[in-house]
Design a protein around this ligand. Structure first.
Ligand code: G
Ligand code: MN
Length: 255
């Protein structure tokens, strides 16, 4: 399918509810409880099936639909977090920030307003940033992120180890969380294992919490624990699920 057709369909999909959010649990390794969920965008395409963000976010970026998707994610995920809060189910919410959002001057003020209006505790809101994006326009990124951090929100470096990762980015962006990419967590290479030990030490020296991503098998969970990661996320611990399903599992967990 051509990108222009995909863009046209995406515009319609945003109107008719085909674009949805799922939520994936993040487990506190000390207590075993779900302390946060990451909001993940999906497109339930009528012909192509379930599309993951990489299949349509680039198209959205090109066609300026990304603004609408970004707004949808903010409104929908904060509403879900507020509904869990209202039900007495305290759980943090992690939102992925797209490249163009990060450098758009309207993003920071809009998110600050939305969080304020939701009356959520800002310290329970995490903004996941892919570091390559932040490097390309560090000024734009920090102009958005600094006020959000000042309001209490947490900046997370996403997919650490997937590309040209640099720990200095944690300092540049005032990050409060580091998410270790699944390729690095799952790697069997001793060099990578040593590197990971250093990474966790570096983060913890700065009181930055570490989340292990891609925990798919029991040995990945063991590794996350051995490394001293604070939180873990992955198919073994919970697949991305609807707001309803998450509500049910949070209720079940908290009896
Ligand atoms: O880039 P980011 O880390 O935000 O991407 C999250 C994506 O990874 C989601 O689309 C989610 O479905 C996927 N994911 C979550 N847990 C796992 C896992 O354990 N294994 C794999 N392969 N993918 C996962
Ligand atoms: Mn993410």
């Amino acid at each position: 399918m051509t990108n222009s057709r995909l863009a046209r369909e995406l515009a319609a999909a945003l109107d008719n509810g085909e674009v949805i959010l799922l939520y994936q649990p993040q487990i506190d390794l000390a207590t075993g409880r779900t302390v946060a969920v990451e909001a993940l965008c999906r497109w339930l395409h009528p012909e192509l099936g379930l599309l993951l963000p990489y299949a349509f976010i680039p198209v959205a970026e090109e066609s300026r639909l990304i603004g609408r998707i970004g707004e949808f994610v903010i409104v929908e995920s904060l509403a879900a977090a507020a509904s869990w809060r209202d039900a007495g189910l305290d759980v943090g919410i992690a939102i992925n920030v797209s490249p163009s959002q990060l450098t758009s001057s309207s993003f920071g003020p809009r998110l600050a307003d939305a969080v304020h209006e939701s009356r959520l505790d800002p310290t329970t809101v995490t903004l996941e940033i892919t570091e390559t994006v932040a490097i390309e326009n560090l000024f734009g990124a920090t102009s958005n992120l600094d006020p959000l951090r000042a309001a209490g929100m947490v900046v997370a470096i996403d997919d650490y180890g997937a590309g040209y990762s640099s720990l200095s980015r944690l300092d540049d962006l005032g990050a409060g969380e580091l998410k270790i990419d699944r390729t690095l967590l799952q790697s069997e290479s001793p060099t990578n294992a040593t590197h990971l030990t250093d990474v966790v030490a570096y983060a913890h020296e700065r009181s930055i919490r570490v989340v292990a991503e891609g925990v798919e098998r029991p040995e990945h969970l063991d590794r996350a624990r051995q490394l001293g990661c604070d939180r873990a996320q992955g198919f073994l611990l919970g697949r991305p699920a609807s707001q309803r399903e998450i509500s049910k599992s949070l209720l079940a967990e908290r009896v």
